[in-house]
Design a protein. Structure first.
Length: 135
């Protein structure tokens, strides 16, 4: 799927400044940095972020709204879930997880940070290439 076709609503944005926490290339367009933080994240095929945890003492977590393409979401110790346009993923605070594109498709989602008390993101190890390759 062509990168210029997949992004139908929001501008793709610049190369993701958090790229060191990703395998492959992703793009980030911050849509809101006030009240509720919302980023439009676009993953090239095979791109995925590292395992990570959205820590919070109260509230927190993340919501993904898949806009286009196909991707994966996986929580630690659970099977990966295939994502497609229209899917919504509610990620509780303090749950280790990753998300990204499939091998053969771009994936675009809105990442919404749920307001949190003492919220922070802990970036962990990359998703193992052999595990990802089996999806």
């Amino acid at each position: 799927m062509d990168k210029d076709i997949i992004n139908k609503i929001f501008d793709r944005g610049a190369i993701n400044p958090y790229g060191k926490y990703f395998v492959g290339t992703s793009y980030l367009n911050m849509l809101s940095t006030q009240q509720v933080i919302i980023g439009n994240v676009t993953f090239e095929p095979k791109c995925r972020n590292n395992w990570h945890i959205h820590h919070a003492d109260k509230g927190g977590g993340q919501i993904l709204l898949v806009l286009s393409g196909k991707g994966w979401y996986q929580e630690w110790g659970k099977p990966a879930q295939l994502l497609k346009a229209g899917d919504v993923v509610n990620i509780p605070a303090n749950v280790k997880h990753w998300h990204g594109a499939t091998k053969d498709s771009w994936c675009e989602h809105l990442a919404i940070e749920v307001p949190a008390e003492n919220g922070s993101t802990e970036w962990c190890e990359p998703v193992d290439d052999s595990q990802y390759g089996k999806l």
